[in-house]
Design a protein around this ligand. Structure first.
Ligand code: ATP
Ligand code: MG
Ligand code: MG
Length: 363
């Protein structure tokens, strides 16, 4: 059997391991948190990402992948030449740094929001005007779930926002009046087989993903696949990556950001009747046969996020037809992603009705 190593042991690693096992693939994760989700379904190397003995064990795997973008460079360097790391270092350098990511997306022929790189005081002059007068300042590194971001609409606000971020390197992006947000994933094996995930529509609340919806035959899907395929080829993807898009009122797609891995918006593929995104990443990383992973039925996902003083109506969730519960074995904390509920339905109308009900059951 094959042996897959994963840097990181969070919920994505948990679900990668759950998808790997039936393929005859066993999983080892390197993860410093003793209580990380993947500890229950994979071999857990409980050590820092830079731990020499832990990295030696990963070097003995058939391939290593990751579940978060900020893998320390030291860990990648220690694995270099000993085991394939997929996606590899060059792609990770692009996807973990917003400014570089946007530049490399444009170089690959994809469109992005207008942006200005902010690294020095002088970069602030004229920056807002250059991106259309209203924008979002984002730290170039380490931001997720809307953390490290501030909306700005005048020069003083921009300065104050940059100060409050500690004057670290940032990107100022134009505020996009999008019609909707969508995402797709693309996978590519080392020998160049490419396959795509479904186009999914995403709704965020407070910078965190709340719901994702898949409906067959989305008119934007072919275009999204074309853009994703182009970036995957230009960036020489090995493994799986997910592109988040803003769809403009005219239908045009701007790439918001890229995650070098499975994505929260792809969780609904677990229960839509087709192959799931986690299996797709495992296959791509190990160079196994790969095909598009479309759900066979309309499906949706609602994230379970910790809310002060409230819990989901578990019995109500169970009673709703077509729901599948996925919990991450994490301690409860406000604002933390604790699990998700997938919903599958025979047609669009019942999916929308049941999704509206499901949302009332999950605070
Ligand atoms: P993630 O958890 O997806 O990694 P993140 O912290 O990297 O999130 P973004 O994806 O950049 O943040 O932004 C979070 C959300 O904020 C977006 O999905 C979108 O709803 C909104 N947003 C971000 N940038 C813009 C923009 N330029 N114009 C309009 N809305 C935006
Ligand atoms: Mg992000
Ligand atoms: Mg995002």
């Amino acid at each position: 059997g094959l042996h897959l190593g994963i840097l990181g042991g969070g919920q994505l690693a948990q679900m990668l391991a759950l998808a790997a096992l039936p393929l005859g693939v066993r999983v080892t994760v390197l993860e410093p948190d003793a209580l990380a989700p993947a500890r229950l379904c994979a071999t857990h190397l409980h050590a820092p990402y830079t731990d020499a003995a832990g990295l030696d064990t990963l070097a003995g795997c058939d391939a290593v992948t990751l579940e978060f973008e900020n893998v320390p460079v030291e860990a990648l360097d220690a694995l270099q030449g000993r085991v394939p790391v997929r996606p590899g270092g060059t792609l990770l350098q692009r996807s973990k740094h917003r400014a570089r990511e946007k530049e490399e997306l444009r170089a690959a022929g994809a469109q992005t929001a207008p942006f200005v790189v902010v690294e020095t005081e002088a970069d602030l002059d004229g920056a807002l005007a250059a991106i259309g007068g209203q924008g979002i300042l984002k730290t170039s590194e380490l931001g997720y779930d809307g953390k490290g971001q501030a909306r700005v609409s005048d020069g003083d606000g921009l300065r104050a926002a940059w100060d409050s971020m500690g004057r670290v390197p940032c990107v100022l992006e134009g505020l996009i009046a999008f019609e909707r947000e969508v995402s797709v994933a693309v996978a590519r094996t080392p020998d160049g087989q490419t396959a795509f995930g479904p186009l999914v529509e995403n709704v965020h609340k407070g910078g965190i993903l709340r719901t994702s919806v898949f409906l067959p035959d989305d008119p934007q899907e072919a275009r999204a696949h074309e853009i994703a395929g182009r970036v995957a080829q230009a960036w020489v993807l090995e493994g799986l990556m997910t592109l988040e898009f803003f769809q403009l009122p005219g239908g045009e797609l701007l790439v918001n950001e890229v995650a070098p891995r499975v994505h929260n918006s792809g969780h609904l593929t677990q229960d839509g009747g087709g192959v799931g995104q986690f299996e797709a990443q495992v296959r791509a990383v190990l160079g196994l046969p790969l095909a598009d992973w479309q759900p066979l039925h309309p499906c949706a996902m609602v994230n379970i996020i910790g809310v002060e003083g409230r819990t989901p109506d578990w019995a109500g969730v169970d009673a709703l037809p077509g729901t599948h519960l996925h919990l991450y074995h994490k301690a409860w904390r406000a604002g933390r992603k604790l699990g998700h509920v997938n919903l599958v339905a025979p047609d669009e109308r019942s999916l929308r009705e049941r999704l509206a009900q499901l949302e009332t059951l999950i605070p």
